[in-house]
Design a protein around this ligand. Structure first.
Ligand code: XBP
Ligand code: MG
Length: 261
């Protein structure tokens, strides 16, 4: 029996933001939440290990609610809790902006190189993230310059969809905007929640781990790497690679191979 194999050409790369483009969680979002708590005269403090636990819930507003439910249940009786959380979260976004403007959080290895290379090769690039849309601009502007947002063909972020990762909604939304099939694309993610979201949308998914996500379950990923790598700073495979890649940094060619071995 003949097995018909459909060949898919790589047409777009969908990037997650937090933890993938930059290590924003520990030294960006976490201190921004803590600064907002202080401004609201709350004695809450999210230290590094606690924040790791809270990261199981994506979305800042959702994360605050999860924290209240688990650790501060008395707060559940606050009047207009949803509005109060939204205000607290707006304050957090303001602090995140300030931190990004100070420029303390660089892009991860290989990110800038790959973005420019994909554009040069006419491969579309998109963002699919849970974070607030303004945060994407703050990070991109502080790392890639004022007009960096224009490098991206589609930006899917925050509350634009009803359900955040691990639900696939944001990936479906971005695929729809790109007018592409998932098999023509690859997602780049850093977390198990992100992998689940991308896989549920049918996307081949490459994982670059970070300190918060290294030990998570990445079954179903096309590859799991330390980072995207650079010619002078090669990646470490976290698990064995499914295909032979000629170089130990991710470029257009290696993404093509991972999508269609
Ligand atoms: C990112 C998130 C976000 C950020 C905070 O997840 O979960 O909630 O931590 O952003 P992913 P906001 O990388 O999987 O998209 O506070 O703006 O929601
Ligand atoms: Mg992420």
């Amino acid at each position: 029996m003949n097995t018909l194999k459909q060949n898919y050409q790589l047409k777009a790369v969908l990037f997650d933001v937090d933890g993938t483009l930059a290590d924003t969680e520990q030294d960006g979002h976490r201190p921004a939440f803590n600064a907002a708590f202080k401004e609201f005269n709350l004695s809450w403090h999210w230290d590094i290990p606690l924040y790791g636990e809270l990261l199981q819930v994506t979305g800042g507003k959702e994360r605050i609610r999860f924290y209240i439910e688990k650790y501060m249940p008395k707060e559940l009786s606050r009047n207009n809790l949803d509005e109060w959380i939204a205000d607290l979260h707006k304050t957090k976004t303001r602090h995140f902006k300030k931190l990004m403007e100070q420029g303390g959080i660089p892009l991860r290895p290989g990110v800038k190189r790959l973005i420019h290379e994909l554009r040069d090769n006419n491969i579309k690039i998109a963002i699919a993230t849970t974070t607030t849309p303004e945060n994407v601009s703050y990070l991109l502007e502080s790392t890639l310059g004022k007009d960096a947002i224009d490098l991206f063909d589609v930006i899917g972020a925050g509350d634009i969809v009803l359900q955040k990762k691990p639900a696939p909604d944001i990936y479906f939304w971005v695929l729809n905007q790109l007018n592409l099939q998932p098999q023509q694309c690859i997602a780049i993610e850093d977390s198990e929640n992100g992998l689940q979201a991308a896989r549920a949308a049918g996307l081949p998914t490459l994982i670059t781990v970070n300190n918060y996500t290294r030990l998570q379950n990445f079954e179903g990923a096309v590859a799991v790497l330390s980072d995207l790598g650079e010619p002078d700073q090669i990646f470490d495979p976290v698990s064995s690679l499914p295909v032979h890649l000629d170089k130990q940094w991710i470029d257009t060619e290696s993404l093509r191979k991972l999508v269609d071995p």
